[in-house]
Design a protein around this ligand. Structure first.
Ligand code: SF4
Length: 210
């Protein structure tokens, strides 16, 4: 396919720069411990310095892949599909999620919310980042707010973000992996004093699975 044609398909969201896709156990947040098929889409310019998937940032190094192929593989593996990145909302998620829903699959997204919300989602995990804040409309759509705690200021940031979501949105604090030993006691203490929050751990990293 000619480059222009591919670019047009990527613009429409009928092709996506696919970094990887795999069946595993959701490690984090509300659905932790449950089996799910992950679709990791390339492309992110949010620029978190502690990002553990920096290879995802440059969309150009991930092959544009037709959503039909992505959906066929997903449907063979699981009935729950988690779309992550990178920042999946860099792209139009409507075609992918429509095709997943046509197959009767549950669609979950993990997003910073920095770009307009597209797609049909059964579960939205919003993980806001200070250097590129979520756009306003996604706050009221979020089912789960997951704040990554790297330093003490992140507790203030977490409360600011929690004021913007719906009352029934689940609230999670998750230690940034590289500083987990330092921040975990702070999180434990904070959650005990503020029990509307829950602790989220990257259990897949402890289990040594993707
Ligand atoms: S938003 Fe996610 S993928 Fe993008 S830089 Fe931050 S942690 Fe990495």
């Amino acid at each position: 396919m000619a480059d222009k044609q591919v670019m047009a398909e990527v613009d429409k969201g009928t092709m996506l720069p696919l970094m990887e896709a795999f069946y595993t156990i959701q490690g984090e947040g509300y659905h932790k411990g449950t089996a799910a098929y992950f679709i990791r889409v390339g492309g992110c310019d949010v620029g978190c310095h502690w990002c553990d998937v920096k290879e995802s940032w440059n969309a150009d190094i991930h092959p544009p892949t037709h959503i039909d192929q992505i959906v066929t593989n997903a449907a063979e593996s699981s009935d729950t599909i988690v779309v992550t990145g990178g920042e999946p909302l860099t792209w139009n998620m409507k075609p992918l999620t429509s095709a997943l829903k046509e197959k009767g699959l549950q669609t979950h997204i993990e997003t910073s919310g920095a770009y307009p919300l597209t797609g049909i989602w059964d579960w939205i995990c919003l993980s806001p980042k200070k250097n590129k804040l979520p756009l306003q409309p996604i706050y009221k759509e979020a089912d789960e707010l997951k704040v990554i705690v790297y330093n003490k200021h992140d507790f203030i940031f977490a409360e600011e973000q929690a004021q913007k979501v719906n009352e029934d949105c689940m609230l999670y604090m998750q230690p940034e992996w590289s500083v987990r030993e330092k921040v975990m006691p702070l999180i434990v203490d904070y959650v005990m004093k503020n029990p509307k929050w829950r602790v989220s751990l990257q259990t897949h990293k402890y289990l040594n699975i993707p």
